[in-house]
Design a binder for this molecule. Sequence first.
Ligand code: IPE
Ligand code: IPE
Ligand code: MG
Length: 251
Amino acid sequence: MRIIEASQVADVRAGEIPRHLGVIMDGNGRWAQMRSLTRSEGHAAAEDAVVATVDACLDLGVEWASAYAFSTENWTREMEEIAFLMRFDEWLLRKERRDELNDKGVQIRFCGRLDDPRIPADSRDWLYETAELTAHNTRMVLAIAFNYGGRTEIVDACRRLVEAGVPAAEITEERLSAEMYAPDMPDLDLVIRTSSENRTSNFFPWQATYAELVFMDTLWPDFRAGHLYSAVAEYQARRRRLGAAEASPRP
Ligand code: IPE
Ligand code: IPE
Ligand code: MG
């Protein structure tokens, strides 16, 4: 993907901004391996990339930014790595970072199976505390997908409808959307994945059906604002038809 020049950022700002932008933060392990560091050290190095992403999204006026922090499939990793990833208050959003984001007007939300008993109790407390602390912020929502799986989310939504006794004939896309982890989350417009992997790995499949996908070679810890602006420039160059026929020029 073409990385744009700093002088072109003004054009990106003036163009159509994705309302909801998602990042699949991949490549921490490979970044660490290249430096003979542990995988956990690779995750720790991801924090600056998250902050750069949030700042660039705030600059562009993105309303929702989602970040994939831990998938339901990531439980298959080594115990030591999982233990580190569960301490997201250390590798992703330590207290000072959280306070900074709060000061910037960012509402932090978590999407996933948060009641999973494998999540340490103090991490869960911190997560709820963070959501509560920032709930009043309106400038941007940062939705962290944590113990998140798109299929699990859809199953959980179906279960809630069944538990509420909703008759089959009344199950619509709108009803199901209203049972997702963040019912007010708009559909994803742009999903960026780093580290040269061209797949979405169970990241918001319900909300990303018509998202534009941008895959980048950069490993997540190296991701900075310039990469985000470049991905948005790529998005702005795409033609989103959303199933409609291309408007043909009048004869
Ligand atoms: C992504 O980096 C971060 C998480 C899954 C938490 P990886 O840990 O998947 O890094 P690679 O893909 O092994 O390089
Ligand atoms: C996706 O990355 C999950 C996160 C970024 C948290 P993975 O590294 O787990 O995905 P795969 O295994 O390459 O599909
Ligand atoms: Mg990976």
